[in-house]
Design a protein around this ligand. Structure first.
Ligand code: PLP
Length: 399
């Protein structure tokens, strides 16, 4: 046998954000003032009451293996949260805690997919979905939503992509990278299709707490018993409680599926971190004030970034309703040149912007649309003012 790397791993696409990211780090290490709009996490620190809970967990000796699917304490809090916030009633055996929402997603896909099964993914979509589907042996089927429709895919459009091999649909509302929040009427259309054609819905609700202008999050699973029976709700504490590094996510869904996900996890990573589980349980009991304050700050940042970007001639963006990302339409600059280089797509735009103005953005080719870049406003207002000012300068340099 040769010492080769598996085809499965070779098929994984390298992250296109990586090149920009490492160049930005390189420039920073040279002492240059790089403004980063790439962050996928809140810039706030984890609230003190959660950090204190982690210290308490250590002092109490919560340092051993926990049940694979999570501690009773945390599962109780998750159960209460799902009822309180989402009107969803689950038994404790319908819930699993994992090392981040990311692991829940991968566990779920591994538990449902057989080779060749298709998974519908409305796009622009988070880069990890198609990669995870492929790693789990499935076939990602990207269904593109147009900017003029708020990047949302209608039920009729989705229906065109349903085949006898369709095993699941991945929804993400509020959405990374578009910031769109799926309205209840559209969720109803998706639910009808899922029930009629008997495929699972994997509903990634990780940005649930970041919805602006009084908008309301609706979980597709809450629309009826039949759709609930075939939906896996995915959530976690990363984005809502500024706990990205703690790695706690959870899933709730049909009992047999949660059982399969638990078996799968038992042989890969076992339980999620015991100290972080206690901290997450405490986080879920008492985060309203922190979340209210962070939502206010994100609202101010979103408005600031949107107003500034909208004032730059040629560029277009849509005001996001949720999450902390904004898609910037750079079509106007495609074909133009800067510093002797032609911008042919979002990768060129991002690297030219970084080299000439020291501003890092994420090329949206990774998300399925090469005429856009994604900007995260999980950064300070001061940096937004300086960074968008530099983007305005950059646009002037293009001809
Ligand atoms: C849409 C989406 N889902 C899930 C995750 C991962 O969440 P976690 O930190 O809980 O693994 C991210 C992180 O960027 C995300 O953007």
């Amino acid at each position: 046998m040769a010492l080769t790397i598996s085809q499965k791993c070779k098929n994984i696409h390298p992250s296109v954000t990586l090149a920009i990211d490492s160049r930005a780090k390189q420039l920073r290490s040279m002492g240059l003032d790089v403004i980063g709009f790439g962050a996928g996490e809140p810039d706030f620190d984890t609230p003190k009451y959660i950090k204190d809970a982690a210290r308490d967990a250590l002092d109490a000796g919560l340092t051993k293996y926990t049940p694979v699917a999570g501690t009773l304490e945390l599962k109780n809090e998750i159960q209460a949260k799902l009822l309180r916030d989402n009107d969803l009633e689950y038994e404790l055996t319908d819930i699993i805690v994992s090392t981040g929402a990311k692991q829940c997603l991968y566990n779920a896909l591994c538990a449902i997919l057989d080779p060749g099964d298709e998974v519908l993914i409305p796009s622009p979509a988070w880069v990890s979905y198609p990669e995870m589907v492929a790693m789990a042996g499935g076939v990602p089927v990207m269904v593109k939503g147009a900017a003029e429709d708020g990047f949302m895919v209608s039920g009729a459009e989705l229906a065109k992509h349903i085949t006898p091999k369709t095993k699941a649909l991945i929804l993400n509302s509020p959405n990374n990278p578009t910031g769109c929040v799926l309205p209840e009427a559209l969720l109803k259309e998706y639910a009808e299709l899922a029930v009629k054609n008997q495929f699972y819905v994997i509903s990634d609700e990780i940005y649930e707490k970041l919805i602006y202008d009084g908008g309301r999050h609706v979980s597709i699973a809450s629309l009826g018993e039949d759709i609930k029976a075939q939906t896996i709700v995915i959530n976690g504490v990363s984005k809502s409680y500024a706990m990205t590094g703690w790695r706690i996510g959870y899933a709730a869904g049909p009992k047999n599926l949660i059982k399969a996900m638990t078996s799968f996890q038992s042989h890969t990573t076992s339980n999620a971190n015991s100290i972080a589980q206690h901290a997450a349980a405490v986080a879920l009991t008492n985060g309203e004030r922190f979340m209210h304050e962070s939502l206010m700050e994100f609202t101010a940042r979103r408005n600031l970034m949107y107003d500034m970007l909208s004032g730059i001639e040629g560029l277009k963006c849509t005001l996001p309703s949720g999450a902390f990302y904004m898609m910037l339409d750079i079509s106007y600059l495609i074909g133009k040149s800067v510093n002797g280089k032609t911008i042919t797509g979002s990768d060129d735009f991002a690297s030219a912007l970084l080299e000439s103005q020291m501003v890092a953005v994420v090329p949206a080719r990774a998300f399925g649309d090469d005429h856009y870049v994604r900007l995260s406003y999980a950064t300070t207002r001061e940096k937004i003012i300086v960074g968008i000012g530099r983007i305005a300068e950059f646009v002037k340099e293009c001809h």
